[in-house]
Ligand binder design. Sequence first.
Ligand SMILES: [Zn+2]
Length: 134
Amino acid sequence: MSNDPIDRLMALADAARDGAYAPYSKFQVGAAAEFEGGHIVTGANVENGAFPSGICAERNAIAAGMAKLGPTARLKRIAVSARDATGVDRDAPPCGACRQVIAEHGYGAHVMFRWEGRAIERPMSELLPFSFVL
Ligand SMILES: [Zn+2]
């Protein structure tokens, strides 16, 4: 495994895909959320027969991290990784709902995902400009 922290976070997201419950889409997604202070929590997508009840890997990881670290926890980075039913890596930037949740817990966070086959990193503010915040 690489010593680069960004590569390591993406590798953790890759590994987290093994925990996906995706019997319907066969699209396995993993996420690794790094919070300020260095805590890293992973998550995977969990689908449901009542489709809207499923949840994305990113929101699972963030929710688990917030539950573990408490309401003052701030997201520093999050990596997202997906593969299809044949095991091939797929491009998977966060969906709109996940972008909103990432923004809530870390508008200054950086987001890593594959795009056009290679891992890239973007600031959350670029992925969701003019974010809604209460
Ligand atoms: Zn999502």
